[in-house]
Structures are given as C-alpha cells and as structure tokens.
Ligand binder design. Structure first.
Ligand code: ZN
Length: 313
C-alpha cells in the first residue's frame, strides 16, 4: 500500500497517536487524532508534506471511536466519514445516548461494589467529551467488507479494546492498519464499554480482545501499522507475549480469591497503589481477568444482594 504515517501528540498517557494517509482509487486517512490544537497542526503538516490539502482527503476512516483516534473528523468538510455504526453515538452525543451510557456504567459499578463517591467521580470524568469529534458518520462498515476506494483492503471487526474496533487487512501485501489491537510497546486495555446494541448486557472485553488478537495472529500479516508507536512485524510472537501476560495476571487474581471478593475488592488488591487514581481503568482490567477465569471455569460469579461475588470453584 502507498501509505504515509502522520504522528500526532495527545494529552493522554499513551503518548503520540498515528494516522495513516493511504492513496488508492480514493485518498483516505485512517484515524485523525484528538481534537486539540497541537494534533490539528501535526495533522495538517503531515498531509501537506505528503503533497495534499485537508480538502483533498476523500475519506476519513476510523479504527475505533476513542478520542485520540476520532477527534479531528471535524477537520475534513468534504470527506466521507466511515466507521463502525457504534462510533456514530459518540459523534452525535445525544442526551438520550449520554443518559443510557451513564445508566450502563452505574448499573455495572453497583454490581462491582464500587463506593458511591468513587462512582460519582468516574461518571463525572466520563461526561467530559470535548476531545471527541462531532461530525456524524456518512457511511458505516460491516465485518468483512472491502473499504471503498481501496481494492483488496478488507475491514475486520476486532472488538475488545473498543466495541467499535476495526482493523484493515490488505489481501495482496498482507499489511494491516491495526488501530490499537496490537501495539509494540504497551498492551492496550480492554475497556468496559456499553455493547453495540445499547442494551445493558456487559461485553466481556478481555475475552473479546484475546479472540481479536488470535484472529490477527492467524492472518499471516507482514506489517501492522499500529495506532501508537512503531510498526509491528513480529505479530505472532507479540500476541503470544500479550496472552501469556494476561494469563499470569489472571493467576494472580485467582490467588487473590482465596476468599470470595467483589470486583472492587479484587481491584484494590491487584492495584493497591494506583486503583484510586485510575479506578475506571483498573476496574476494567480486574473485571477482564475475572471474566477469563470464569470462562476457564476456575471461578464462579454469584449475585448476592446487588453485588457480584467471585469465588473459586
Ligand atoms: Zn489509542
């Protein structure tokens, strides 16, 4: 693929984010950075250096809805905006959707036995959405579809890190535009998110994420153009490492469950120094390991009153 990498700064811990300009029958950009002034400047500079203007971009294609990837959809007035249909909720931010989302998190944090005060803090943070874009999608994509204007480039649905996550696999070159599915330096987090059908069922993010990584490993990929950091070429090896690390952490959680515990209690035990400042993230991670152990039938989950209690089998 004729591909130009554009690196943009973000205000988040993971550092810079990558967008990829791809010239096929159409001129497309995959991911567009957070809606900050600094990211806009980097984006504009990158596109100019490649010999184009922002108005020349015909398609903005998003790997997922997180703000570090989807913010500057607003900068391309003439482009089609293409992504998983779930992304559209984050662009439109209707009162109805924001309320649903808040109800979803509230319901699950009660099950996890998160104290009221912490819960309010997390809900407040989740309301801050200024780095998200605000242009609705003009086209949605399905699993297995060919990307318009790019013959041989196939979108594959790979949920886990985000419920909207796609990778784009080029059948001839075996290159992948990978979003946050597999990063060189950091393992990306399987965040707890509302499901695509906007019900109150909680997707098992880590279980999904592992399946998506295994799918990628089986694709026989030459290069992954990752959402953060360098390109990845040792895909199978890196996936293997990520899976091993997860099972190590899951074993630690199993040890913690010598006594039955709630998700909040497991989180405190697993992340004693950071859980207070990064509660949303650490809850998602602990929940993920618990879901893995339930799937492996090593532990069970029972609803006692309004809390879910996990215990060894
Ligand atoms: Zn990201």
């Amino acid at each position: 693929m004729e591909i130009v990498k554009i690196v943009m700064p973000t205000p988040y811990d993971e550092g810079d984010v990558n967008g990829f300009l791809v010239k096929g029958d159409a001129l497309s950009i995959f991911d567009v950075g957070p809606k900050t002034k600094e990211a806009y400047e980097a984006l504009e500079h990158g596109i100019k250096s490649a010999g184009y203007r922002l108005e020349d971009i015909e398609q903005v294609i998003l790997t997922h809805h997180h703000p570090d990837h989807a913010g500057w959809v607003d900068a391309f007035p003439k482009a089609e905006i293409i992504a998983h249909k779930y992304v559209d909720h984050w662009m439109r931010k209707t009162e109805e959707f924001l309320n649903y989302r808040e109800e979803f998190y509230k319901m699950h944090m009660i099950k996890q036995a998160v104290p009221e005060e912490s819960m309010q803090r997390i809900l407040r943070i989740r309301r801050e959405m200024e780095l998200y874009g605000s242009v609705p999608l003009t086209k949605t994509m399905e699993d297995g579809e060919e990307v318009p204007g790019h013959p041989g480039l196939i979108a594959y649905y790979t949920p886990g890190h985000a419920q909207s996550h796609f990778i784009f696999f080029h059948q001839q070159t075996r290159e992948v535009i990978g979003g946050d599915l597999l990063l060189e330096k950091i393992s990306s987090n399987p965040l707890m998110e509302p499901p695509v059908d906007l019900s109150f069922y909680r997707p098992k993010s880590l279980v999904q994420y592992q399946e998506s990584m295994k799918f990628l490993a089986d694709l026989d990929v030459s290069t992954v153009y990752a959402g953060h950091g360098n390109e990845v070429v040792n895909v199978k090896e890196l996936v293997e490492m990520r899976l091993e690390r997860d099972s190590m952490r899951a074993n630690q959680v199993y040890d913690i469950l010598a006594q039955p515990k709630t998700v909040y209690e497991v989180t405190k035990a697993l992340y004693p120094t950071v859980y207070e400042n990064q509660l949303g993230l650490t809850l998602s991670k602990s929940q993920g390991y618990l879901d893995l152990l339930v799937k492996e039938e090593r532990i069970r989950c029972e609803l006692v009153g309004e809390h879910e209690i996990y215990s060894r089998i």
